[in-house]
Design a protein around this ligand. Structure first.
Ligand code: GUN
Length: 283
C-alpha cells in the first residue's frame, strides 16, 4: 500500500479562501474581526510564528494588532494590557505568544484573557467547555487535525484513535476532540509500556512526541491514518516529523507530511476561531 498524502497546505489554502469570502460578507454588515497578538522578548521562533499569524490575518482580511514588549516587561504591566484588550470592542481574539520570560506566570496570563476572546483555546474555562461538549474555542493544532481528517471523509465514529503525547496544547485536547466524535481513544506517553502493541491497534494514529523519526513502519497497522504533529529540525537544517515518512507511507492508508501537513492548519484555525468570536460578539 502507498498512502495518500494529506496536504495541509492545500486544505489551508481552501479554508482561507472560504474565510476570506466570509470576512468580506461580515464587513458588509459592519463587522471586522480583530485579533491582538502580544509578543514578548526576542525569541526567533516566536517572532517567526507571529509573522505567520500576521500574514494569515492579512490574507483573509482580519484586523490584526501586534503588540511587542521587551522581555523586561513586568507581569503586572502585561496583565493590565490584557485587561484593556478584554474591554476593547475592536478586538475579538487575544493571543499571548508563548513561551513567556521566566518571571511571568504563564498560567496567570492565560487565565486573565477573557474566555470569550481566548482564540488559542488555552483558558481552563474553554478546556472545560470542550470536555463537556459545549461551545468552546478549540486549541488550533488539535482543531486543525480534526478538520484534516474530516475533510478527507475519513470515518471517526467507532474508530480506535491512539494519541502519543499528552501535552496540554496538543495531546490531551486532540484525544478529547476525537472522543467527542465518538472514537475510542487511547493515550500513550513516555511512561507507556509496550508502545508498539498500543500503536499497532490504531485506526488513526496521532503522533505528538517531539522526537525526530521516532515512529517507524513497525508501529503502524496496515491501512491506518497517520497524523504527524512533530516538527523537528535536524542538524542538516532540514525539518522532519516524529514519523519516518518514507517507511510509514508504505503501510498507512493516509499520512501527513512534515512540513506541509498539520503545520499550515494551526494558523488557519486561529483565523477561524477569531472569525467565530467576532460572529458570537454580534450575536
Ligand atoms: N507558542 C507556540 N505555539 C503557540 C500557540 O499555538 N499559541 C501561543 N499563544 N503560543 C504558542
Amino acid at each position: 500500500m502507498t498512502a495518500k498524502i494529506i496536504s495541509g497546505k492545500e486544505i489551508a489554502t481552501q479554508l482561507r479562501q472560504e474565510m476570506k469570502e466570509e470576512v468580506a460578507k461580515l464587513k458588509e454588515k459592519g463587522i471586522v474581526p480583530g485579533l491582538a497578538v502580544i509578543l514578548i522578548g526576542d525569541d526567533p521562533a516566536s517572532h517567526s510564528y507571529v509573522k505567520g499569524k500576521k500574514k494569515g490575518c492579512e490574507e483573509v482580511g482580519i484586523y490584526n494588532r501586534l503588540i511587542e514588549h521587551p522581555a523586561t516587561i513586568t507581569e503586572e504591566q502585561l496583565l493590565n494590557e490584557i485587561d484593556q484588550l478584554n474591554e476593547d470592542e475592536s478586538i475579538h481574539g487575544i493571543l499571548v505568544q508563548l513561551p513567556l520570560p521566566k518571571h511571568i506566570d504563564e498560567k496567570k496570563v492565560i487565565e486573565r484573557i477573557s474566555p470569550e476572546k481566548d482564540v488559542d483555546g488555552f483558558h481552563p474555562i474553554n478546556i472545560g467547555r470542550m470536555m463537556t461538549g459545549q461551545e468552546a474555542f478549540i486549541p488550533c493544532t488539535p482543531y486543525g487535525i480534526l478538520k484534516m481528517v474530516q475533510l478527507q471523509n475519513i470515518e471517526i465514529e467507532g474508530k480506535h484513535v491512539v494519541v502519543i503525547g499528552r501535552s496540554n496544547i496538543v495531546g490531551k485536547p486532540v484525544g478529547q476532540l476525537f472522543l467527542n466524535e465518538n472514537a475510542t481513544v487511547t493515550y500513550c506517553h513516555s511512561k507507556t509500556k509496550n508502545l508498539k502493541e498500543m500503536t499497532k491497534q490504531a485506526d488513526i494514529l496521532i503522533v505528538a512526541v517531539g522526537k525526530a523519526n521516532f515512529i517507524g513502519k513497525d508501529y503502524i497497522k496496515e491501512g491506518a491514518v497517520v497524523i504527524d504533529v512533530g516538527v523537528n529540525r535536524l542538524e542538516t537544517g532540514k525539518l522532519c516529523g516524529d514519523v519516518i515518512f518514507e517507511e510509514a507511507k508504505e503501510v498507512a492508508a493516509y499520512i501527513t507530511p512534515v512540513p506541509g501537513g498539520v503545520g499550515p492548519l494551526t494558523i488557519t484555525m486561529l483565523l477561524y476561531n477569531t472569525i467565530e468570536s467576532a460572529k458570537r460578539f454580534y450575536g
